[in-house]
Design a protein around this ligand. Structure first.
Ligand SMILES: [Zn+2]
Length: 271
C-alpha cells in the first residue's frame, strides 16, 4: 500500500512535469472509485494552468489557479504521466489531458479517491480539516507529541497511527519506529517517559526519511510511456518478519493483533 514516503516520492517526481501545463479534457473509465468527482466537475478545470503539486498526509493536492483536485492512492493507486499515444491500461480509471501528454490514474482495488474543491475550501474540507501535524515538518514539536501521549490511555502504536496525533505513520513505519526506539507497541502512551517519547518521534522521522531516500531511485517510473510505477521496499527490521530472528538479540519476533492491526515486535528488545 502506498504510504507517506511513496506519496511524497510521487509528488516530487510529478511536480516538475506538471507545473506550467494547461489542463484539457477529462476522461473516465465509468467505474467508481471510493470517492470520485463527477465528469462535469472535472470538465470545469479545462483551460486552467497547473501551478503546484502539494501533499497533505497521503493526499496529493494539485492546484490549478483557484481550483484544487485531491488524489488519494488508496490501497493500490498509481498516478503517473505519459505521452498522448498510449492505450488505456487495465484498471486505469481516469485521465486528465495536459499540454503535453496525460496525467493518468490506475487503481486495481479502487479504494482511491479523486476529489474536487476550490482552493478556498481546501482547509475546511472534511478529508483535510482534522489532520494532525506532518511528521517531516518542523511544526511537529516534541512538546506537542509528548502532550498528545500524556493525554492518551491507548497503546502507543495505536496512538501514533492515528492521523489526529501525526499523519502518515502507517503500520509498517509504526512497527519499525517502535522497534528502533525499543518501545513495546502495547505500552500505554501516557505511561511512557518523555525522554523515550522524544526518541520515538526521532525514529518515526528517521524511518520515513529512509524510505524517502530509497524511493529516490524509482522517480523515473512515475513518468513513463509504457507502464505504471511500482512501490519500493526497504530493509525492514520487524514488519513482515514474524517468528524470524530479531536482528538485535536473535530471539524470534512475536506477532500479535493490536488495534485491529497485525503487529510484530521483540519481547526482549522492546519494553
Ligand atoms: Zn530482540
Amino acid at each position: 500500500m502506498p504510504e507517506l514516503p511513496e506519496v511524497e516520492t510521487c509528488r516530487r517526481a510529478l511536480e516538475p512535469v506538471l507545473v506550467g501545463q494547461e489542463i484539457g479534457h477529462y476522461k473516465h473509465s465509468g467505474k467508481r472509485l471510493r470517492e470520485q468527482a463527477t465528469s462535469p466537475q472535472m470538465a470545469e478545470l479545462a483551460g486552467l494552468t497547473i501551478c503546484a503539486l502539494e501533499r497533505r498526509a497521503k493526499y496529493l493536492i494539485l492546484r490549478a489557479q483557484e481550483e484544487v483536485i485531491l488524489v488519494h492512492l488508496g490501497m493500490t493507486g498509481q498516478l503517473f504521466v505519459s505521452d498522448h499515444s498510449v492505450p488505456w491500461l487495465d484498471h486505469e480509471h481516469w485521465r486528465l489531458e495536459l499540454s503535453e501528454g496525460w496525467l493518468r490514474y490506475r487503481d486495481p482495488r479502487r479504494f482511491g479517491m479523486l476529489i474536487r474543491c476550490s482552493a478556498a475550501e481546501l482547509g475546511s474540507h472534511p478529508r483535510i480539516k482534522d489532520l494532525g501535524p506532518e511528521p517531516l515538518h518542523a511544526s511537529w514539536t516534541d512538546e506537542d507529541f509528548i502532550a498528545a501521549c500524556k493525554r492518551s490511555q491507548r497503546p502507543i502504536k495505536t496512538l501514533i497511527m492515528d492521523a489526529t496525533t501525526v499523519v502518515g505513520v502507517g503500520n509498517i513505519y509504526a512497527a519499525e519506529a517502535l522497534f528502533a526506539a525499543g518501545i513495546d507497541p502495547r505500552r500505554r502512551a501516557s505511561a511512557i517517559a518523555p525522554r523515550r517519547l522524544k526518541r520515538l518521534k526521532l525514529e518515526i522521522i528517521r524511518v520515513l526519511n529512509r524510505a524517502l531516500d530509497s524511493g529516490g531511485s524509482t522517480v523515473r517510473n512515475f513518468v513513463s510511456s509504457d507502464g505504471a510505477p511500482g512501490y519500493f521496499a526497504q530493509q525492514l527490521a520487524v514488519y513482515g518478519r514474524e517468528h524470524k530472528a530479531c536482528r538485535t538479540c536473535d530471539r524470534p519476533l512475536s506477532l500479535i493483533r493490536l488495534g485491529g492491526r497485525s503487529t510484530v515486535f521483540c519481547r526482549r528488545c522492546q519494553r
